[in-house]
Design a protein. Structure first.
Length: 305
């Protein structure tokens, strides 16, 4: 009999990619029935999932009662939380805690959580204003302490960010600016909408040996210089990387997010987005190649017109 996998954020980048990958996989589509959780089951993207045989259910991460209904009968849960919905790390942590407590109560066997590193701890307090990383790392700690069988997938730096970050300069050229060393800082690039499913699929197929482990979701490490060089080669548009000061970078952003974004980039520079870890063990789990930065630029070239 097929097991039930319940996927949070079913109509979002990560959850949507997970559902798509399971449906397309001959083995997993037989092994699992899918329940997709979303806030609004009436929206078009939710209806499209229902047409593909996904059981679409509404769930509220702030409500334990709502989660008890949403998780009932689930063997496996894919959990993704959304810090930016409230921009409050305490709320995000409480939501992750709610899901963990309910999962344990209703007898979930396995949870896969979309996590990130704890920036404040990894930098010994030097960078203490990146709550959208820290709150996820705190949820990971809570899940580990719960005793639930678990694996943690850590999304890399979204390639889609660059559709806003590589901007038009004068004379038809483009620019990318960061307060980091353009030749040495390594960004682990990731096409979340396409490739989250690829990594989660590999995690499901290797669940027995992945207990308690982290899977690093990225196609490769790229420096800012490599990012603009590849962009230029693929699009034929001239692009340059410009290193700015932290103060200049802060001034370029809306005040509400400026400090968090600045410290996020400084964390990528030192000690590193994935703390300098190799991507090879995670990439070896996959049954297909993830999207490269060149592929992404080719596919989304119109974003920079």
């Amino acid at each position: 009999m097929s097991k039930l996998i319940t996927v949070f954020g079913a109509t979002g980048n990560q959850g949507g990619s997970v559902i798509k990958a399971i449906l397309a996989d001959p083995q997993l589509s037989k092994e699992y029935k899918i329940r997709g959780l979303t806030r609004d089951t009436s929206k078009k993207s939710a209806q499209e999932l229902a047409k593909q045989g996904v059981e679409v259910v509404s769930a509220d991460l702030n409500s334990v009662d709502s989660l008890a209904i949403a998780l009932k009968g689930s063997h496996t849960v894919f959990l993704v939380t959304n810090y930016w919905e409230t921009a409050n790390g305490d709320i995000e942590y409480a939501q992750g805690k709610n899901v963990t407590d309910v999962a344990k109560k209703v007898g979930v066997s396995y949870i896969i959580f979309s996590s990130l590193h704890h920036v404040t701890e990894a930098t010994k307090g030097r960078l203490s204003h990146v709550p959208h990383f820290d709150s996820k790392a705190n949820i990971e700690k809570y899940i580990r302490a719960s005793g639930l069988k678990s694996t943690f997938v850590l999304p890399g730096y979204y390639m889609s960010n660059f559709t806003q970050m590589i901007t038009k300069a004068g004379g038809g050229s483009y620019q990318l600016f960061y307060p980091v060393d353009g030749k040495k800082t390594k960004f682990p690039l990731f096409d979340a909408a396409n490739d989250t499913g690829l990594f989660v699929k590999a995690t499901l197929k290797n669940a027995d040996k992945m207990e308690g482990k982290q899977v690093l979701e990225a196609t490769g490490y790229y420096t800012p210089e490599e990012i603009v060089d590849t962009f230029s080669k693929v699009t034929g548009k001239k692009a340059v990387f410009i290193k700015v000061t932290p103060q200049q970078y802060l001034a370029s952003l809306p005040e509400a997010i400026a400090e968090e974004y600045l410290e996020n980039q400084l964390f990528v520079e030192e000690p590193g987005y994935f703390l300098g870890e190799s991507l090879d063990p995670s990439l070896k789990l996959l049954d297909a190649k993830p999207t490269s930065w060149a592929d992404f630029v080719k596919k989304n070239a119109s974003a920079w017109d």
